[in-house]
Design a protein around this ligand. Structure first.
Ligand code: GLN
Length: 453
């Protein structure tokens, strides 16, 4: 814990941590030492972790990297973090992220962007770590924590993991409790770990996952010993290669990465089969209707009355307006506007309802493949390696949304998705592969991911 606290201090220029909690960390580590002395080691005894700022942590700054939650300190702990502490883990601090987890580069944080510890060969340009869990990915990659919590609504665990050469898993919807996690799009949000390797991710997910009476969408299924799946043979597993992911304009580098992943799994004895997921091309536009719709509803609570920022006004309506105008950043306002529009009378059927129907078709595509004997699907995690901070600044917001093209399908279908490092780009940056599994079969993803990493 002491070594990580020192490393965090030395690496403050990365802006990965929004808050450091050294006193809490040292107290938790001391309690851990005491338990060890009594021979009572718990599964994560003394393991120092970073926590994404989206998780409510009792008495500790929780702002979802937004100005509207200014100085908010929850009186309660999220179920996921409570599970980690109960298993002996140590909290180092709260990690930077895109505001309300909206973004793919960590540049929408009220507290400024996170810098990736990676650089292109021969260049000193500061690169994004991906988003929205950019602080989590950068902190793990820069060794500023042993592992981190993250969340994934449309790729926010897998894309930053791919950009930083780390491992991230979004488990099946319902595997982790969402209680105490600031809500973005409730039907898509899931928590998961970002870690250095597949084994660490397996150990962390085991601790994070649980059924929870406080989240009725959490599922009452036993959580398997995921670590036991790491190193298990993948011989005979059927791996689907969806032809629709060979999108127009896919770079030769990403195509080569995909082929390399296929070759590794084939060598390990898996059977490779071409599959079709015909509704893939509708996933991104449907996601960018469903997610903002749910966000506009969830974010209605930030009104200056209950918590966080309050900007006074002439009357209560004026106060609401002033607070929301000052408290939300540009991307969050864009999502609220889109969401309010697609949910409004006259447009609901045309956009929101249509998108929900598309979502069912996307889910059915995967179900058809699984029913035909496919055990997992292999795709690239992202269409490109990390880009420079500010490089997308003047671009159409849709350019940024295109980062999520391979990851959002998994959230729309509620399936588990694992991102593992697959090699380096020509200019020396990490590239990630994605493995998509059957519902609640994260274990197979850990076996396959370990074979690939
Ligand atoms: N980039 C996506 C978005 O901005 C994903 C966000 C997420 O998974 N939290 O909506």
């Amino acid at each position: 814990t002491g070594a990580y606290l020192a490393a965090m201090q030395a690496a403050r220029a990365l802006n990965a941590y929004l808050v450091e909690t050294p006193e809490k960390a040292l107290a938790m580590a001391a309690a851990s030492d005491e338990r060890l002395g009594r021979g009572e080691a718990r599964p994560l005894e003394g393991i120092p972790l970073g926590i994404k700022d989206l998780f409510a942590t009792e008495g500790v700054h929780t702002q979802a990297a937004s100005h509207v939650l200014d100085k908010f300190e929850p009186a309660y702990e999220s179920t996921v973090t409570a599970n980690l502490w109960a298993d002996g883990a140590v909290m180092l601090g709260k990690l930077n992220m895109d505001e309300f987890a909206m973004g793919s580069s960590n540049e929408s944080s009220y507290y400024g962007p996170v810098t990736s510890p990676w650089r292109r060969n021969g260049s000193n340009m500061a690169l994004v770590p991906g988003g929205s869990s950019g602080g989590s990915a950068a902190a793990v990659a820069a060794r500023l924590c042993a592992g981190a919590t993250a969340t994934d609504t449309g790729g926010s665990i897998r894309q930053p993991a791919a950009f930083t050469g780390t491992v991230g898993i979004k488990p099946t919807y319902g595997r982790c409790s969402r209680w105490g996690i600031v809500a973005f799009a409730s039907s898509l949000d899931q928590a998961g770990p970002i870690a250095r390797d597949v084994r660490d991710a397996a150990i962390l997910l085991k601790s994070m996952a649980s059924v929870d009476a406080k989240d009725t969408t959490s599922v009452d299924l036993p959580v398997p010993d995921y670590e036991a799946a790491v190193g298990r043979s993948v011989k005979g597993l059927r791996i689907g290669i969806p032809k629709e992911y060979r999108v127009e304009g896919m770079s030769a580098e990403i195509e080569a990465l995909w082929q390399k992943g296929i070759a590794i799994l084939k060598d390990a004895g898996a059977e490779i089969v071409e599959i079709s997921l015909p509704h893939t091309k509708y996933a991104l536009p449907a996601y960018y209707i469903v997610a903002p719709a749910e966000a506009s509803s969830n974010l209605a609570r930030y009104d200056g009355v209950r918590y966080g920022l309050r900007v006074p006004g002439t009357d209560i309506i004026d106060m609401y307006e002033n607070t929301r105008a000052a408290g939300f950043g540009a991307e969050v306002k864009r999502r609220i506007l889109i969401g309010t529009y697609v949910l409004s009378a006259g447009y609901y059927d045309a956009y929101y309802l249509k998108a929900q129907k598309v979502r069912t078709l996307i889910k059915n595509d995967f179900e058809t493949c699984f029913a035909a004997g496919v055990d997992a699907v292999l795709t690239p995690a992202t269409p490109s390696p990390a880009f420079g901070i500010g490089e997308m600044a003047g671009a159409d917001p849709v350019e940024m949304y295109l980062n999520d093209i391979f990851t959002v399908t998994v959230n729309m279908a509620g399936l588990p998705g694992l991102a593992v490092p697959g090699g380096l780009s020509a200019d020396g940056l990490p590239l990630g592969l994605q493995l998509i599994g059957r519902p609640f079969d994260e274990a197979t993803l850990f076996s396959l991911g370990h074979a690939v990493e």
